[in-house]
Design a protein. Structure first.
Length: 177
């Protein structure tokens, strides 16, 4: 029995490529201009949310994170910080499964109450990993502040993701049942 259907694979590939293309084109420019990690997390949050909303299967967000990381490393081998985003993807995958997909993506208020904190936590942990192992900040407070900035990007991305999902629902575009 096949776990991932062709629709699931399409969602994984589309979300991964969306995240990857913006990750190697626009986010480096934003990073060089500001040294703020908001955009990376925002794009990742949108990609993960859309893939999980569309498929509602465990493993989808993890696959999106892994594929995006592999593609990014293929084109930018020094971008090892992507391993933090892979970790955030895995955490998002697990927490949305635990919270329940129907609960997470049912109504606007419920989406807001579940998805935003889940994404904030996931990107915070990703930021901790990036800050500790790849940015090599000298103090724990610097790592926590950096992780908090990642979390803000995740929150912004979650809000945009909710807006996109609600727009799709109102246009009668349905997710997996």
């Amino acid at each position: 029995m096949v776990y991932f259907t062709s629709k699931d694979i399409s969602a994984i590939v589309l979300s991964s490529v969306f995240w990857f293309v913006l990750n190697i084109t626009i986010t480096p420019i934003f990073w060089e201009m500001t040294h703020l990690p908001f955009l990376c997390d925002m794009i990742g949050a949108i990609a993960l949310m859309l893939a999980v909303w569309w498929t509602r299967k465990i493993g989808i967000a993890t696959m999106v994170g892994i594929i995006t990381t592999l593609l990014t490393l293929l084109f930018r081998p020094a971008a090892l910080h992507m391993l933090g985003f892979t970790t955030a993807s895995i955490i998002f995958d697990i927490l949305t499964k635990i919270a329940g997909y129907e609960r997470c993506f049912k109504k606007l208020l419920v989406e807001t109450l579940f998805i935003i904190p889940i994404m904030a936590f996931s990107t915070f942990i990703g930021g901790l990993i990036i800050g500790k192992f790849f940015m090599i900040f000298p103090t724990m407070i610097a790592i926590i502040i950096f992780a908090g900035l990642h979390s803000i990007g995740g929150i912004i991305g979650a809000i945009i993701g909710i807006i996109i999902i609600e727009a799709l629902k109102r246009r009668k575009i349905e997710a997996a049942k």
